[in-house]
Design a protein around this ligand. Structure first.
Ligand code: SF4
Length: 320
C-alpha cells in the first residue's frame, strides 16, 4: 500500500490544541476512518478488563487511577486503587483527613508527591466544586496537581469528551506509526500535539474510546523496548515499520536507575514514617541509610516537598 498524505477534516476541540491544529497534514498509509476502525476494533478485542474503565467507575475513581498510573505500572496500581477507593469513595472522604494519611496510604507506589497533590485536589473539589469532580477541562486544569494530561484524561475517560490525551504510550505509538521515529522527544512538542489533534475522531464518544485505545496499543503492543510489530493492527501502515525500523538517533534517553539514588533513600525514610502513626525520632531515620550526607539531603527534600513535617529538633511525622 502506498503512503498517502491526508488532511483530516475534523473539528478542533476547545482544549485540544492551538488554533489551526486541525489542518496539519499527517502522513498515513491508511485513510483516517480506516485507521480509526482498525485501532478501535483491535481495542474492542484486546482491551484489558480494568476496573476504572467500567461504567460503574465514578469520575473520582477515574481521577484516582490517573494520578496513580502516571508513573506506576497497572499491576501495582490495581490493589492500591481498590484500597484507596474503599477508604475514600468520594473526594470529601479524602479531604476530611490529614494529607499525611494520603501519603501513608500511597504506600510504595513511588513518587509520593502525587498523594499530596491528589489530597489537595480532593480538598479543592470539596470546598469549591460541591464535592463532585468537575466535568470540564478548564476547571479540571485549575485543580491543584492536575496538569494538561490528567485534565484531558479525566474529561475523556470519565465524561466521554473529545480531547487530545497524550501520555508516554500514546506519544510512542504516534512517533512510530505516524512520524516514523522510534521514540518521541523527551517533552511533548507542539508538532506532536498537532498530529494527535488531526488524528482525533470527530465525535466525542469515539474520540474518548480512541484515546484509551491508542494508549492500550502502546501499553500492550507498541512497547518501549520490544514492540510486537507482528501482532500490531498497524503493521502494514506504520511509517517506522515501513522505513525498516530505523534506530533512534535523538539525545540519550533518561534511565530509570533507582538503587543508590536519593529517591531510594527518600523511599526508605518515608517507609519508617508511614509505619508510625505518631512521631519518629531522628535515630530511627538514621538507621535506614549509612551515608549521613545523602540521608540528610533526602530528608531535607522530603520536608521541602511537604511530605514530612519537622515537629521539633530531631523529631518528624507525616504532614497533619
Ligand atoms: S508496527 Fe510496531 S512500531 Fe508500528 S505501531 Fe505497531 S508495534 Fe508500534
Amino acid at each position: 500500500m502506498a503512503a498517502t498524505t491526508v488532511t483530516p477534516a475534523v473539528p478542533r476541540p476547545a482544549a485540544a490544541g492551538p488554533a489551526g491544529a486541525d489542518s496539519v497534514a499527517v502522513p498515513l498509509a491508511l485513510p483516517l476512518p480506516v485507521l480509526h476502525s482498525t485501532v478501535l476494533g483491535w481495542y474492542e478485542a484486546n482491551a484489558r478488563d480494568l476496573p476504572w474503565r467500567t461504567p460503574e467507575a465514578t469520575p473520582w475513581a477515574v481521577m484516582v487511577s490517573e494520578f496513580m498510573l502516571q508513573q506506576t505500572p497497572v499491576k501495582r496500581v490495581l490493589p492500591a486503587w481498590a484500597a484507596w477507593l474503599e477508604r475514600w469513595p468520594t473526594p470529601a472522604d479524602l479531604a476530611a483527613e490529614a494529607p499525611g494519611e494520603a501519603v501513608r496510604m500511597w504506600g510504595r507506589l513511588g513518587y509520593p508527591r502525587r498523594a499530596l497533590r491528589l489530597h489537595a485536589a480532593a480538598v479543592a473539589i470539596t470546598e469549591e466544586h460541591g464535592g463532585g469532580v468537575p466535568d470540564d477541562h478548564a476547571t479540571l486544569l485549575s485543580l491543584p496537581g492536575v496538569g494538561e494530561y490528567t485534565a484531558a484524561a479525566v474529561a475523556s475517560f470519565a465524561f466521554r469528551q473529545r480531547h487530545v490525551v497524550l501520555d508516554t504510550n500514546v506519544r510512542r505509538v504516534f512517533a512510530r506509526a505516524v512520524t516514523g521515529v522510534e521514540y518521541p522527544a523527551q517533552a511533548t512538542t507542539a508538532a506532536e500535539r498537532r498530529t494527535a489533534t488531526a488524528l482525533l475522531p470527530a465525535d466525542a464518544e469515539t474520540a474518548a474510546t480512541w484515546a484509551v485505545a491508542v494508549m492500550e496499543l502502546g501499553a500492550l503492543v507498541c512497547t518501549a523496548r520490544g514492540p510486537e510489530c507482528g501482532d500490531c493492527p498497524l503493521f502494514t501502515a506504520c511509517v517506522w515499520q515501513r522505513a525498516g525500523c530505523p534506530p533512534y538517533e535523538g539525545p540519550a534517553r533518561r534511565g530509570q536507575s533507582y538503587e543508590g539514588t536519593d529517591r531510594q533513600v527518600r523511599g526508605k525514610l518515608l517507609a519508617v514514617l508511614r509505619a508510625e502513626h505518631g512521631t519518629v525520632e531522628q535515630a530511627r531515620l538514621d538507621a535506614v541509610w549509612p551515608d549521613p550526607v545523602q540521608r540528610a539531603r533526602a530528608l531535607d527534600g522530603l520536608v521541602a516537598d511537604g511530605l514530612v513535617e519537622p515537629v521539633e529538633q530531631g523529631v518528624y511525622r507525616l504532614p497533619q
